[in-house]
Write a new protein. Structure first.
Length: 183
C-alpha cells in the first residue's frame, strides 16, 4: 500500500471513529438535555447506564469493523447492520416491538439479535456470509410480523418494513463488498 493510500485509509478511519463515538455521546446526552426542558423525558440513572452499555457495545463492534477491513463498502454494510441491531434492541427494551414491552411475544425479537450475533461469528465476519445473514434477518423480521399477525398482536407494518429495509441495505452492501473482493 502506498503512503498516500495509507494516509487516506487512516484519515477515513479517524473520521469514521470520530463520527461513531461522537454520535454515541450525543445520543447519550440528548435525554439529559431534554430533561432540562420537559417533563416528558424522565430517565433514571439505570436508563443512562443501560444506554451507555448498549452504545459502548455498538461502538466496540464498530471499532472491530474498522480494524478488520479497510473497505468502505464493507464498513458501511457493518454500520447499517450494527445500527439496525441497535435500534431493534433499544426499541424492544423501551416500548416493545410487539405490543407493549411487557408482552411475552417480544422475546422473539431477541431471537433476531442472537441470530445476528451467532451468524456473524459463524460467517467469520466475511462479506459473503454476512450478506446471507442479513437476508436471513430480513426474512426473520418478516416472519416476526407474520407471527404477530397470526397471534393477533400489534406490530405495525411500517416498523417491520423499516427493519427489513435496514437488513436488506446491509445485505446489498456486504454483497457488493464480496463481489469487489473486499473483506
Amino acid at each position: 500500500m502506498s503512503g498516500e493510500t495509507v494516509k487516506l485509509v487512516n484519515g477515513q478511519t479517524t473520521l469514521l471513529r470520530t463520527v461513531m463515538w461522537g454520535g454515541a455521546a450525543a445520543l447519550l446526552l440528548a435525554p439529559a438535555v431534554a430533561m432540562q426542558f420537559t417533563t416528558e423525558v424522565q430517565w433514571s440513572l439505570y436508563d443512562f447506564a443501560l444506554m451507555g452499555v448498549l452504545l459502548a457495545v455498538a461502538c466496540g463492534v464498530g471499532e472491530l469493523v474498522l480494524r478488520a477491513s479497510e473497505s468502505l463498502t464493507f464498513r458501511l454494510g457493518a454500520a447499517v447492520a450494527i445500527g439496525t441491531t441497535f435500534v431493534l434492541v433499544v426499541g424492544n427494551l423501551a416500548v416493545g416491538l410487539i405490543g407493549a414491552e411487557d408482552k411475552p411475544a417480544n422475546v422473539w425479537v431477541w431471537a433476531l439479535v442472537v441470530m445476528a450475533a451467532v451468524g456473524a461469528v459463524v460467517s467469520q465476519f466475511r462479506a459473503r456470509g454476512l450478506s446471507r445473514l442479513m437476508l436471513a434477518l430480513a426474512a426473520g423480521q418478516g416472519g416476526l410480523a407474520i407471527y404477530a399477525r397470526a397471534t393477533e398482536q400489534d406490530l405495525p407494518l411500517g416498523v417491520t418494513l423499516i427493519f427489513m429495509a435496514g437488513w436488506l441495505v446491509a445485505a446489498a452492501l456486504f454483497d457488493r463488498a464480496a463481489r469487489e473482493g473486499q473483506a
